[in-house]
Design a protein around this ligand. Structure first.
Ligand code: M6P
Ligand code: ZN
Length: 195
């Protein structure tokens, strides 16, 4: 296994920043074509602005078995139409690998689903530990008004499979109804195309 020095990272919940050696990925609205169910709302919003939807700050840990990849996701508040800002979501490429999240600020939901289409939701946010068992796809959703900041840790060799989600989406959506979040069936590509 590749050896690295032990290290600490300073994690600031409010700003969601990890100082020192960390890689930062920024996902803007324009990076998320096809992910939101209301494509007209997506296009209209993008014509006005290209906001940052979320950032991932990840420690520089080898992507090999035995290491633990860790960092934070900072998911900003907002909506595309009635659908709350969310991460792309992914399965792990390597079967049998799970993930742990711990909420440092904000509030939201995690959508989970198996490759067979079984699904769950978990409440996440400040003070909540969310456990993603192996082989459950996962997506974080910010249903609040503050940034949702989640610390995460997962096996170094897990890898990210985005294609499965990109192809079929999640079977449920988290949408705003009457001022609060609701979990609804995803009408799917056929319904999307009718909009
Ligand atoms: C979590 C971790 C990261 C992941 C990030 C953003 O914090 O699972 O590995 O990259 O969420 O999610 P996604 O990659 O699905 O956009
Ligand atoms: Zn993951």
């Amino acid at each position: 296994m590749e050896a690295i020095e032990p290290f600490v990272l300073r994690v600031a919940a409010a700003g969601g920043c990890i100082e020192s050696e960390a890689a930062r990925i920024t996902r803007r609205l324009s990076d998320m074509a096809g992910f939101y169910h209301d494509q007209d709302a997506y296009a209209a919003m993008l014509a006005q602005d290209d906001p940052v939807v979320y950032e991932v700050v990840e420690a520089q840990v080898p992507e090999v078995e035995g290491h633990v990849r860790c960092g934070m996701t900072i998911l900003y508040p907002g909506r595309v139409g009635d659908e709350y800002f969310m991460t792309k979501g992914h399965f792990h490429e390597k079967p049998g690998t799970g993930e742990v999240y711990y909420g440092l600020s904000g509030s939201g939901m995690m959508l989970l689903q198996t490759r067979q289409g079984d699904w769950r939701t978990l409440s996440v946010g400040l003070g909540t530990l969310a456990y993603v068992p192996p082989d459950w796809g996962h997506r974080s959703v910010n249903t609040g008004v503050e940034p949702l900041v989640l610390f995460f840790a997962y096996p170094g060799d897990a890898g990210h499979d985005y294609d499965t989600i990109a192809a079929g989406g999640f079977v449920r959506l988290v949408v705003e109804r009457g001022g609060g979040p609701a979990v609804e069936e995803n009408p799917g590509p056929a319904a999307r195309n009718r909009r």
